[in-house]
Design a binder for this molecule. Sequence first.
Ligand SMILES: Cc1cc2nc3c(=O)[nH]c(=O)nc-3n(C[C@H](O)[C@H](O)[C@H](O)COP(=O)(O)OP(=O)(O)OC[C@H]3O[C@@H](n4cnc5c(N)ncnc54)[C@H](O)[C@@H]3O)c2cc1C
Length: 376
Amino acid sequence: MIDTQSVKTHDVIVIGGGAAGIGVGVALKHAGIENFVILERHIIGASFAAWPAETRFITPSFPTNSIGMLDLNSIAVGVSPAFSLEVEHPTGEEFASHLIAVAQFFELPVQEETHVLRVTKIGDEFRVDTDSETLRAKHVIWAAGEFQYPRISGFQGAELCRHTATVKSYEEIEGDNLIVIGGYESGVDAAYHLSFYDKKVKLFEKGCPWKDESSDPSIALSTYSLERMREDWFKENVELFPYTSISSIEQTDRGFEVRTADDRRFETEEQPLLAAGFVGSHLLVSDLFESRDDGFPVLSENDESTVTPGLFLCGPAVRHDNHIFCFIYKYRQRFAVVAKSIATSLGLPAEELEIYRKWGMYLDDLSCCGEECASC
Ligand SMILES: Cc1cc2nc3c(=O)[nH]c(=O)nc-3n(C[C@H](O)[C@H](O)[C@H](O)COP(=O)(O)OP(=O)(O)OC[C@H]3O[C@@H](n4cnc5c(N)ncnc54)[C@H](O)[C@@H]3O)c2cc1C
């Protein structure tokens, strides 16, 4: 029996030590909040460290601090992965080392190897059950990400596939003829590396993100991936199947049979790769949020749950209307909003957060850029 009365109450518990958890942790410090802890079930940056070895950031890093702009991949004001890593498109491993350095520099209170099992609200306080203890907090920020919660569903037999989030290196994938299902960033990334290793790839995608006319990279394919698709080895080895939904996969004597919705059949000896995105960790706390029609949490204008006051969401699952905050340069815009809201609730003035406004980040409003733009 846990004696929760004897446990110290934190002002804030942040769950997850990835880009969102570390970034919002820095914002909490800037807001003058000291009594908080970041709980991380593995080590800081664990999801990035688990990316396939060849996978790189699609968003470029460039040191722009000298004129008061943030590197697209910065998670804190005045910090630049381009400057510290000296690469334009970091690997996951490199970015994880950057996150560790940021956490050390800002002396963030991170408790690693602490797996959060449950969050409940009792009266005015949150109870956070971990695999080793129960903690209490006035506010909780859910920042447990998506990568460790892959989507392995969507059609019959999806569980027979291997999700790209479990690939350690594309060089180690066996066989010469591969099927990749999903043609957004991760699927194109997989096809690019497999084709580089001289493998033939069939890439199935229910839409056609490489032809989408949206100016939002959360919808259309990034320029980095479009450039990759123009490489000779990609053009030679990858066969594209746009507007082709997979309806089922079955295991056969010779391997796998992949069927499309328009009833074409493709055989492969190798386990098909699935790049179908992520269900996301927010499902673990779905009882504490209202849900939008698309399954993402309904958030207040401060990214707080509309049914559980004091619970905030940070990271790529943040949605407001039709704005998708799935990249660092998008979801970091919300760190100061969350920190300010919590500081205000704790009675702190949060003046230090004005620094975020100086760096072109938002403190008060929900607009994408403060005026009508193509992305809005
Ligand atoms: C392959 C890939 C490429 C991407 N490329 C880019 C890019 O180029 N640019 C860009 O801006 N974005 C990119 N993204 C999107 C996004 O920035 C990343 O998904 C990023 O990891 C999100 O950060 P996060 O902190 O929310 O999640 P994560 O990095 O997953 O961090 C969450 C942390 O929470 C921990 N955790 C999970 N569950 C628990 C629990 N129950 N208890 C305690 N801790 C827990 C995890 O161990 C993890 O360390 C990419 C995503 C993927 C998958």
